[in-house]
Design a binder for this molecule. Structure first.
Ligand SMILES: [Zn+2]
Length: 413
């Protein structure tokens, strides 16, 4: 079934493709790094058992179902290796090994199913662990009568179910980070262990296979880099269109081939017509920059001279910015400095320039998993280009019932 794909991948690696850029001929070679997919998809195309109630359903380690259901940390002794994998293949006993057949992709040079292992954050956490956790957390909070519109401020500190929520929040935070220090892998292991321990305690049930996958995340972070970058979410977005094609095609001879063809034609058409590949910068109506009561001419004289106009909103590389949103100005070891957008300027460089009001960071509140901040009208304005920020994703200020303001990050920085 995969023979022609495998031949193509080998050809791309050995012969590559020739492209011409500014009349320079360049040879580009490709190497298969990872095969991405959801757990069932990966287990079946890579030759592992396709049932997650099987004795050895993990493609990364050889932990038996009963121990995986209680496992807090990755068990290094039971990891699959090239050697024990070959023995498992030869044994030809899927219920004793979890290996159904030799992985066909191993025929590709530099690829080995055991070395090039990967997990999918989207299916494991967003559609798995997070959903199971939230069911336990919400049920418990309702039983304890803490559940109203906003939960956090009503839940006493140290409530175990809230600790489970915070552990989940930390896991999501690390998994969604687009850049991350390698030391975070140990931290992730520790958080996963605590998370799995709390789930076992609070849910009264065993760890499901997706919880077990989390125990491998720390190591995979080191091997493959930021976990969100190997998520299936972009491919999953193609499901709808592929299903629509499949339903409208009457021919059922080699449907996979037809669909692959269709999606390639669609991609080619998209590149040729540039549809959905618009400019990086979209913005509202613009106004000439002029001094106001808030922004004096002395202040405006200090900003770069290329800036000409201001806008009420702006979309840069798919991210929307508006006055009132909060930017991360600085990240250091134990704190973050934030600024609230006051005005957005744009000039000849076509790079957004923000005028912001600095916000005082009181500190990180581990109960809310957010930074407590104070707004201060006395603070002077500052200005910076978007490209000078440590991270481009804006956030917002949330005010709790007791009047305290919090800012939370979208992912770990
Ligand atoms: Zn495992």
């Amino acid at each position: 079934m995969f023979a022609s794909l495998i031949n193509d991948l080998i050809d791309l690696q050995e012969n590559g493709i020739t492209i011409t850029v500014n009349s320079n001929i360049i040879q580009v070679y490709f190497v298969l790094g990872l095969v991405l997919g959801d757990n069932l998809g990966l287990n079946s195309i890579l030759g592992f058992v396709s049932s997650f109630s099987a004795n050895y359903c993990c493609r990364i380690c050889r932990s038996h179902k009963t121990s995986a259901q209680k496992m807090l940390l990755e068990c290094t002794e039971s990891l699959r290796s090239e050697e024990n994998y070959m023995l498992d293949v030869l044994q030809e006993n899927v219920s004793e090994t979890g290996v159904n057949e030799l992985c066909v992709f191993n025929a590709i040079p530099n690829y080995h199913v055991i070395i090039n292992s990967v997990c999918d954050f989207m299916h494991d956490v967003t559609e798995g662990v997070a959903r199971y956790d939230m069911a336990v957390i919400i049920t418990q909070l309702i039983n304890d009568k803490y559940f109203t519109l906003i939960v956090g401020e009503l839940v006493p500190i140290e409530t175990p179910v809230w600790q489970l929520y915070i552990a989940l929040r930390k896991i999501v935070d690390i998994c969604c980070a687009k850049t991350i220090q390698s030391e975070c892998s140990h931290l992730l292991d520790q958080i996963v262990a605590e998370h799995n321990r709390l789930y076992l305690l609070l849910s009264g049930s065993n760890l499901k296979p997706k919880f077990h996958m989390l125990t491998h995340y720390g190591r995979l972070l080191i091997k493959n880099g930021p976990l969100i970058l190997t998520s299936c979410i972009r491919f999953e977005a193609k499901h709808k269109i592929l299903k629509a094609f499949a339903n409208s095609i009457p021919c059922r001879i080699n449907l996979g081939h037809t669909l692959a063809n269709k999606i390639q034609l669609q991609m080619a058409s998209r590149y040729l017509t540039m549809s959905g590949l618009g400019p990086d910068l979209k913005m509202s109506k613009s106004f000439i920059i002029a001094p106001t009561v808030e922004l004096s001419s002395i202040f405006l004289n200090k900003i770069p001279t290329e800036l000409k106009v201001y806008v009420s909103w702006l979309d840069y590389k798919g991210i929307l910015y508006q006055p009132g949103m909060v930017l991360v100005l600085e990240v250091n070891l134990d704190n973050c400095i934030f600024g609230e957008i006051v005005k957005i300027f744009i000039g000849e460089l076509k790079i957004p320039y923000f005028i912001y009001k600095q916000i005082i960071t009181v500190g990180f509140d581990s109960h809310y998993y957010a930074y407590q901040v104070e707004l201060n009208s006395q603070f002077e304005f500052g200005g910076c280009y978007l490209t000078d920020l440590p991270d481009p994703t804006p956030t917002i200020i949330r005010t709790l019932g007791n009047g305290i303001n919090f800012v939370s990050l979208r992912y770990a920085l």
